[in-house]
Design a protein around this ligand. Sequence first.
Ligand SMILES: CSCC[C@H](NC=O)C(=O)O
Ligand SMILES: [Zn+2]
Ligand SMILES: [Zn+2]
Length: 403
Amino acid sequence: MTLSEPESVTRFRRFLQINTMHPNPDYYACAKFLVDQGAEIGLVTKTVEPVKGKPVVILKLEGESPSEKSLLLSCHTDVVPVFPEFWTHEPFAADRVQTDTGDFKIFARGSQDMKVTGSMYLEALRLIVDSGKKLKRNVYVVFAPDEEIGGADGVKAFVETDDFKELNAGFDLDEGLPSADHRSTVLYAERTLSQVVFTANGNTGHGSQFIEGTAIEKLLPVINELMALREKEKIKLDALNDEGSNVRSGEVTSVNLTQIGGGKQPNVVPATYSVTFDIRVTPNIDLEEFRSWLRDLAAKNDVDMQILAPDEGRTITKLDRSNPFINTFLTVLESKEIQIEPIICPGATDARFVRLKGVPALGFNPMRHQKLLAHDHDEHVLESEYLYGIGIYQSLIEELANV
Ligand SMILES: CSCC[C@H](NC=O)C(=O)O
Ligand SMILES: [Zn+2]
Ligand SMILES: [Zn+2]
């Protein structure tokens, strides 16, 4: 620690130093750290395990009217794997490096996605508690596992428990994206995760022959049609986007061929073959119509189709000012002269499970002037933006808890 390092930065770096990387996240070390933080701040702490080995940490700042709907602040604790050979810093050292302008960069897996947000919540709550101010509503911070692998054992399981019901949440601030410029994105909806496996069976035989009706022959038209859709959607996106920015990608459907499998040896025509596509369906189109287009595509080519998460749906929180929480959220940002850009989240976050329980949820991240490095090499944040963000959350929490 250098002499000038703020304590809030030291605590953030300690959070980053806990290795919660898939496939072997140290969730218990992480839960202990968060519970200790909560206790030190003066919050009520509780750890629950909707699924064994997958702790969810709940920290509560009790309000003066605890029966009113509460404010929920959500953060996932897991982080995605790294390719360490491409990093210039050890991914869990949380190195703090001075820049030419006198700012600092903090390097770690999870520094953007999304331990920085959890740390900003905690530091904002610390300032509120230390100020002695009392708020009206309960404020909860929920730290949950497994977001990066689909959330089935994380928030998806947690929202089905009585512990979630007891939060009596009225509004959720959830995962957002740091912005590349001075504007801040607000994620009010998500694309629907639609990962699909197509499997074909066909005739086999010697690799020197012209075998007809092979598995691969059946899959090729499926692949070609999906790649054509990909091209079409990419052209749409290029027309929508500001130069160099990708923030509008939620307005179109993305398609990627991510896995292919089959074949036993080079001279045997495979009897079975499969291809997997990661498709993210924009809420701008009808999901059921899209799914039936996929089913028809499979059927007309004699290919089986399996949707990996068939119960994923559309989730949208309208930026409707008649909802007092949403109105207050927008009013606070206006008072700070933060220009917002409402967007559809390109990926899937835990907010979708919260929305499905009828709780409005917005994805937000106050950090600006920051290249998006989630899941990338050398993920880092600017210390000045972290410190700035703490102040933004302090105001948001105070105002939203007093709605
Ligand atoms: C099946 S994993 C889904 C969740 C994941 N979330 C963040 O990257 C995503 O790919 O969008
Ligand atoms: Zn994330
Ligand atoms: Zn992520």
